[in-house]
Design a protein around this ligand. Structure first.
Ligand code: NAD
Ligand code: MG
Length: 302
């Protein structure tokens, strides 16, 4: 697309790659959920940097929050690895979703866009039915959508906020996964995006950190239930990644400008840098990997 802003240059693969942006980032704020394409610098979702090698050939995947950030990187990587991909996102994120859909189609794969709000159980069911019918089945489910809004004082955290975080981060994976199981069988893979916050909860992310701890237990409990059915379940726990979540109320703006700077690597991860974990967990190569969680935190560990 000629009107697109210039994407980050090709990634060398080194952790100190000088082409990857290092804080101090321009101070910026968007209203949640935000648009990745309005961020400065632009996040690298792998548009030009991810190379596939057929590891997910013929798989059919549904990814929530697949319009931007980590979900977009997983969607593009899955398509480059030979998968057909459906993405869910909020209607106001259509401009980001359009780019991901174009990237999937450019690989010659089926791309399905299903906007809607995961805080509604009825929509979660419709999403799964629509994805499974348009993809012709479902092999991989990535529960990745998330809500993160910082709040310094418990007294200021409203019931509405707490409820929205839990609906998005805890209820939606439950509802979506429950519906998806009707379509998944032997060889299936369910992945949930948790966070380093599950293990190192920050003071200002009281509700979010709890929800992300729940995501780890989701994977560990469900893996035990589903192993006899041949379906694996794992969690991914990112550290600081450069995504719209962080500049749309996930952190105070001054902290977002320094996102990742306290890590030994000295910068945030770019979404493409975590995509290989999702590819591995989705692939048949991971046949003995279930009930686990995987970090990518920038050097300080989980
Ligand atoms: P992102 O903003 O690009 O992606 C989050 C997505 O969640 C949005 O694009 C949106 O489509 C979706 N979403 C939010 N509320 C929704 C709703 N009610 N209905 C439907 N979709 C909804 O940011 P990201 O950082 O890529 O986030 C992806 C996941 O990674 C989240 O679960 C987040 O908690 C987790 N995570 C991110 C970081 C980080 O530093 N960026 C660190 C740890 C964990
Ligand atoms: Mg988004």
């Amino acid at each position: 697309m000629s009107s697109d802003p210039v994407l980050p240059p090709f990634r060398s693969g080194a952790i100190s790659d000088p082409t990857l942006p290092v804080p101090d980032f321009p101070r910026q704020e968007q209203q949640a959920p935000g648009l990745a394409q309005k961020m400065d610098p632009l996040p690298d979702h792998g548009e030009t940097s991810y190379k596939g090698s057929g590891r997910l050939k013929g798989k059919r995947a549904l990814i929530t929050g697949g319009d931007s950030g980590i979900g977009a990187a997983a969607a593009i990587a899955f398509a480059r690895e030979g998968a057909d991909v459906a993405i869910n996102f909020l209607p106001e994120e259509q401009p980001d979703a359009d780019r991901v859909i174009a990237a999937i189609k450019a690989e010659g794969r089926t791309a399905v866009a299903i906007p809607g709000d995961l805080r509604e159980e009825a929509f979660c069911k419709e999403l799964v039915e629509s994805a499974a019918s348009q993809l012709g089945g479902l092999d991989v489910l990535v529960n990745n959508a998330g809500r993160q809004q910082f709040c310094h004082k418990l007294e200021d955290l409203t019931t509405e906020d707490f409820d929205a975080t839990m609906k998005t981060n805890v209820y939606a994976p439950f509802w979506v996964t429950k519906a998806a199981l009707a379509h998944m069988g032997e060889g299936g893979s369910i992945i949930i995006t948790s966070s380093v916050q599950a293990f190192k909860p920050a003071a200002h992310l009281f509700d979010y950190a709890q929800s992300k701890a729940a995501n780890v237990a989701f994977a560990q409990s469900l893996a035990k239930q589903l192993a006899p059915r041949g379906i694996r379940v794992n969690a991914v726990c990112p550290g600081p990644y450069w995504t719209a979540l962080q500049i749309s109320g996930g952190q105070p703006p001054e902290a977002a400008a320094e996102h990742g700077s306290s890590q030994p690597i000295g910068r945030p991860g770019q979404p493409v840098e975590i995509a290989p974990i999702y590819v591995l967990l989705a692939s048949d190569e991971a046949s003995y990997i279930t009930g686990e969680y995987f970090g990518s935190v920038g050097g300080s560990g989980l």
